[in-house]
Structures are given as structure tokens and as C-alpha cells.
Design a protein around this ligand. Structure first.
Ligand SMILES: *Cc1c(COP(=O)(O)O)cnc(C)c1O
Length: 469
């Protein structure tokens, strides 16, 4: 019911003075600094005032009191004091989950960040000459070794890699790309928009499901700067489809002196097909097929920090490095440290698959994941909870991050149902645990997918379940 202005004035008079509100809240939060208490009291008091005046409030003479308002102030203060970015347990089974920070870093990457960032480093300083060096030098040699390329350049992320390649090689000129490859990726990477930003003109050829070499050839003219191939990432056209292999595009490019660039998106350094993870090309494949440049992410299947890696011929890499954008999208020292350490793990690929968490989790055989699920189940059994029914079930996980889009990775989950709580309620309780546990829901069941869970986290999941009843 709408309040009269008389009633509103009466309610406004009930709002305590800011100092008084801060003083009472301080009794609850003895550790909170005075300025923060005053600031939060001011915000709460203003918020209450505005909502009374606008009439869209639930305040009345009973609930508008010091106790309730100081609780609101305390909530504000605690929110400010607590760090917002926190560790969570990823029980979704999506190993490269973009919303959960994509690739967890290796021990060596973490150590390298700590070692080189807690003090000074030779980030841009040559220890040989005592003069200015380049941050890129730490990475270029190892990228070249791992991909077979002549030169390399690392930027902030793969979107930036594509942007600078197009800006450098195709500004105000034409880029030929297959209609079937104009992808939009989950977290709003739209290739056509990036192309537009770079000032390149997009020439789409073929149809969504079929593009032939003649479609590319017919589109070539004086204005053509580049032929581009993009990995289709999180979607695939199956069935009646045809696209042109990179090798043929390279042949066509050579004939007309047009460079060919491939955006791999994920790009795995090791060939994952021997682990039954089919269809993710390696940057080395692209370089060997003759691509002039290849771009890929640092934090997808590579398993390192957020970064975009450009590898290929020196001529084009040098041009990219000189572009004014290079300064705006350069990587910081923590990225250099973490990427350097991650890439060096690949010198011995057997070590890489053991030490890089994203790879280790992705290729873990289903029977090992099942063991983790059984361990979680036994932990619950020990408590003999009467509120739950639960069992270990075979399911499928996804790689995530647009990688291995078609691959359904066999996994094992603990499927849980609470006798009184809905799956949504239980999911919310798991999410508000400390640390928060992120799970999937399937029908009426909570699915705790152990593929993306580390061994050390299993007891915490058991504890969260047992305490959520
Ligand atoms: C993921 C992806 C990108 C964007 O890479 P970020 O490192 O997330 O910026 C670009 N192109 C393709 C094909 C991708 O899969």
C-alpha cells in the first residue's frame, strides 16, 4: 500500500544518525576501521532514505531500527574487507572453465611468478650487455622450439593476437575467410568484430557448411592482404560439410604472394589424440603445413597464464612487434614468468602431462576419476548420512574454453539427492561453502564431477555435503 507523505516523514525520522549507526556497528565489528564504518553507515542511511522516498521500500516502524540497520552496515563493511576473488572448487568437470579462471597453473609457473615478481628481475635488461633488453626474449626461443616456427611474439590474450595480426597485415585491405569459420566464442569473442576493429575488410566466402578452394581463389584481387583460417572452437558442423585444408590455402597464398594466417584458438603443444582427445591441431602442424602465422591462447590447452601467442615467419612477426598496438597489449612480468615456466615443462612432454594441471586433469583415465569419486563416496559413508542418497555414476565431461568441442570425455560423478532440499537449494549451499564448490545439476540430482577436482579437495567436498543437510 502506498505511503502518505506524512508516513514517509515519520519513517525518515527513524533513521539513526550516521555517527550513532557507525558506533553501534563497531561493537559488532571491532576489527573494522572507523572510516570504513562511517562510509558504510552513510551508504546504508542514504539507501534507506531513497527507498522510503521513492515508495519502493519494505520499511516500516517495526523493522526500521538500529539493530537491522547496523546489520546492513556490517554486511557492507565485511564485503569491502573480504577479498572478492577467491579460490573455488571446480566440480563441474569442465577443466578449462572460462568463468572459473580457465587453466590452473603448474607448480613451476607459480614458483616462477613468486620468484621473479616479489623482487626485481631482468624483465627488460640484458645480463650479457648490461643494456636494455626485451621481455619477449625470454619466451621467443622456447616458443620457436616447441612450434617449429622462425619467430614468435606473445601478447595479452589470443583475441589481442588476432587483432594485432590483422591490424598489422590487413588494415584497410581485404581478408578472405570461410563463412563457416566466423565464430563467436562463449565469452563474447566475435571474430567478425575483431576484424572490424582492426580496420580489415572481411570477405566471407563459401556457405556455412561448404567452402571450396575455388571460393577463395575467386575472391582474390588487388586488395587482398590475407587469407585467414580460424578454428571453429565451440561448434562444429557435422554431416554434409567441406572445408579447405590449410595446406591448400598455403599453396593458393604462395601462388598470389598472399600470407596465410591460422587462428587456432586453443592449440595444444602435445598431440592429444593418443589420449583419445581427437581433433585439436597443434601449432606445429600449422607451421609445418606452411602457415605464415599461427595464433593461440596461453590459458586453454597449453595450460598456462592468460596470453596470446603468435608464431611464424620473422618478417611478419617483426612487423607485428613494431605496430603501435603492441605496447597496449603487452604482457606483464607475471605472465612472462608463468608462461616461460609452463612452456619449459613441454621440453619433456611426458613431464608436461604430469606437471601441467589442465593437461593432467583432461587426460586422466576414467578409472582414475572413478577412484576419486569412490573416495568421496567412502568419506560420506563413514558418516552414514540419512539426509542423502548418493552413488557413483558414469558421465561425460567437457574440455571447455572452446577446446575439443566435440569430445565427450568419459568421467565419473557422485550423483547426490537430498531428501528435503531441492537440487537448486543444495547447489546454492555448496556454492556458499568456504571454499565455494561449483557443481552441475542434472534433473533432480547434483552432479559432482571429479574430473576437474584435485585430490586434496575431496575431503572439503565431503565436509560441504555433510554440513549442508
Ligand atoms: C578462445 C579463442 C579466441 C580467444 O582467445 P582468448 O585467449 O580467450 O582471447 C580466439 N579465437 C579462437 C578460435 C578461440 O577459440
Amino acid at each position: 500500500m502506498a505511503k502518505s507523505s506524512e508516513e514517509k516523514r515519520a519513517l525518515l525520522r527513524l533513521i539513526p544518525k550516521i555517527d550513532e549507526l557507525a558506533r553501534v556497528t563497531a561493537e559488532m565489528l571491532v576489527y573494522a576501521p572507523q572510516e570504513l564504518l562511517i562510509d558504510a553507515s552513510r551508504k546504508v542511511s542514504e539507501m534507506v532514505r531513497n527507498s522510503i522516498l521513492s515508495g519502493e521500500d519494505d520499511f516500516n516502524a517495526d523493522n526500521l531500527n538500529m539493530k537491522n540497520l547496523s546489520k546492513m552496515v556490517a554486511g557492507h563493511v565485511e564485503k569491502t574487507m573480504k577479498t572478492s576473488l577467491r579460490k573455488v572448487i571446480n566440480a563441474t568437470g569442465v577443466v578449462l572453465h572460462t568463468n572459473l579462471g580457465r587453466a590452473p597453473l603448474s607448480r613451476s609457473a607459480m614458483d616462477a611468478i613468486f620468484e621473479t615478481s616479489s623482487g626485481y628481475s631482468n624483465l627488460e635488461y640484458s645480463l650479457e650487455t648490461g643494456e636494455r633488453g626485451s621481455r619477449q626474449e625470454h619466451l621467443e626461443n622456447i616458443v620457436c622450439t616447441l612450434t617449429g616456427s622462425e619467430a614468435a611474439f606473445v601478447v595479452n590474450n589470443n583475441a589481442a593476437a588476432v587483432l594485432i595480426v590483422l591490424s598489422t597485415l590487413a588494415k584497410e585491405r581485404e581478408v578472405i575467410i570461410s563463412r563457416g569459420e566466423l565464430v563467436e566464442i562463449g565469452d563474447s569473442f566475435r571474430l567478425p568484430d575483431i576484424m572490424l576493429q582492426s580496420g580489415a575488410k572481411l570477405i566471407e566466402v563459401g556457405t556455412t557448411n561448404r567452402t571450396r578452394i575455388s571460393d577463395y581463389r575467386n575472391a582474390i584481387n588487388q586488395e587482398t592482404a590475407l587469407i585467414m583460417k580460424a578454428h571453429q572452437s565451440n561448434y562444429r558442423i557435422v554431416g554434409y560439410s567441406e572445408n579447405v585444408p590449410l595446406k591448400e590455402l598455403v599453396k593458393l597464398g604462395k601462388q598470389f604472394y598472399i600470407p596465410v594466417v591460422e587462428d587456432l584458438g586453443s592449440g595444444s603443444i602435445v598431440d592429444l589424440s593418443r589420449f583419445n582427445l581427437e581433433g585439436e591441431p597443434t601449432p606445429r602442424n600449422s607451421i609445418e603445413a606452411g602457415a605464415d602465422l599461427v595464433t593461440f591462447s596461453g590459458d586453454k590447452l597449453l595450460g598456462g597464464p592468460q596470453a596470446g601467442i603468435i608464431a611464424g615467419s620473422s618478417r611478419y612477426i617483426e612487423a607485428c612487434k613494431k605496430h603501435p598496438l603492441a605496447r597496449a597489449i603487452r604482457i606483464d612480468k607475471m605472465t612472462v614468468a608463468a608462461l616461460d615456466a609452463t612452456l619449459r615443462e613441454y621440453i619433456d612432454s611426458e613431464e608436461a602431462i604430469k606437471n601441467i594441471p589442465a593437461l593432467k586433469l583432461l587426460i586422466e583415465p576414467a578409472h582414475i576419476v572413478r577412484k576419486k569419486a569412490m573416495r568421496l563416496k567412502r568419506m560420506l559413508d563413514r558418516d552414514n548420512p540419512t539426509d542423502f542418497v548418493y552413488e557413483v555414476v558414469a558421465e561425460f565431461s567437457k574440455a571447455g574454453g572452446g577446446s575439443l568441442p566435440l569430445t565427450e570425455i568419459p568421467t565419473y560423478c557422485l550423483s547426490v539427492k537430498h531428501n528435503r532440499l531441492s537440487a537448486q537449494d543444495l547447489e546454492r549451499r555448496m556454492r556458499s561453502f568456504e571454499p565455494p564448490i561449483i557443481v552441475r545439476i542434472k534433473d533432480e540430482y547434483l552432479l559432482i564431477d571429479l574430473r576437474s577436482v584435485f585430490d586434496s579437495e575431496i575431503p572439503l567436498i565431503a565436509k560441504a555435503l555433510l554440513s549442508s543437510g
